[in-house]
Design a protein around this ligand. Sequence first.
Ligand SMILES: NC(=O)c1ccc[n+]([C@@H]2O[C@H](COP(=O)([O-])OP(=O)(O)OC[C@H]3O[C@@H](n4cnc5c(N)ncnc54)[C@H](OP(=O)(O)O)[C@@H]3O)[C@@H](O)[C@H]2O)c1
Length: 406
Amino acid sequence: MPEENLQALPIGSIPPLGEVPNAMRAYVIRAERFGEPTTSFQEEIIPTWEVGPGEVLVQVMAVGVNFNGVWAGLGEPVNVMRYTKLDSHVAGSDASGVVWAVGPGAQGVEVGDEVVLHCNHLLRPGASDDQLIWGYETSHGSFGQFTKVQAQQCLPKPKDLSWEEAASYGLTCYTAHRMLVDKARVQPGEDVLVWGGAGGLGVFAVQLTKALGGRAIAVVSSDEKAELAMKLGAYGTIDRREFSELQYRDGMTPEENKAHLGAVKAFGKRIWKILGERKGPDVVFEHVGKATFRASVFLAAPHGRIVICGATTGYDLSFDVRHLWMKRKRIIGSHFANAESCRRANRLIMQHTIRPVMTRLFPWEELPLAHQLMYENKLHGTVACLVGSPEPGLKNMSEVRAAQEG
Ligand SMILES: NC(=O)c1ccc[n+]([C@@H]2O[C@H](COP(=O)([O-])OP(=O)(O)OC[C@H]3O[C@@H](n4cnc5c(N)ncnc54)[C@H](OP(=O)(O)O)[C@@H]3O)[C@@H](O)[C@H]2O)c1
């Protein structure tokens, strides 16, 4: 059928279990409208994905919003369609939903299973860390009525969470867990400096540090964010607005550089004050990149670890390497997580050791706005958006059907 004649159900309507419409609504990114999210994310009606061997089709109930959607829409620092060799891209690396169709050989899932999805798309069976990020490096992400994943990406949906809460935490929670538990291996009694301590990654880094028996110092930029970080178990917070020269920029004059180094030292003293001893953090949780990385290397304690998974402010980093080698510090790269690690982290959510932190819920029409606000650093915690679930607060398909009938 020509694509202009495709018909899709309205958002919030769900067909009978296992019935797959031939078309669906999705937010589609195309190279000709790369730019800020409110421009780059446009709803289109597209053919519903066909499932291949080992794959499953999931009716999406709610989605989580992540920074990778912003990057995909900007077309920076890479054009994601370079990976997929397609001319359009459906982003989205978090969702909760129901398994609607199962491809040949897909194991461990059945039609009707209520699931959350992790975004480690294996390049080949058993590859573990050799991954593509589903919804970023693959074109069939969660921002549609249906999404297509490998069966191994399905994890049990925590029954006590609403669809939207369940969709809100995966990517950031599993990434933070991988960084602190598997990579930096935080030990009881260690101190962790968490940049963006009330952001998507940060809210989980703070909770995980506490659960591991460590002390998290959360860096934030508002009173509201400081309050949230403390509520989640931070040992202390630092408002980075008090240290305006802390941010590193290329091309600083000698005077600006001097002021910058002074601010980094003053920031370090604030850490001592919070910890009650003259020591730096054993682990620095990094994802801000250019603006903070220089300070991170300086601030980490001797033998400390700087664990990094992102670079919101720029990936071309500059730092004084003498602080690294003289004090035997280590920089550890980390990128999302493998399925086994995701499963462990999801269990922590199911056991209530750590909790989702959904601070705002958007309707489907405002998914571009949700990304725009994230781009402008106007959100905190994590946010989600309803897709198939007709109203907030519903936790399973029985409640969805009851809401549709009532
Ligand atoms: N590789 C991976 O697997 C992976 C996974 C998840 C995320 N990431 C990347 O990690 C980054 C953060 O993701 P997120 O979901 O946590 O984003 P987020 O929810 O927007 O939070 C980021 C936080 O960074 C802080 N921040 C922003 N600009 C800053 C600056 N100039 N100096 C200091 N702090 C600054 C902000 O906190 P304050 O303003 O309160 O200080 C903000 O809350 C993104 O670039 C994302 O793409 C990578």
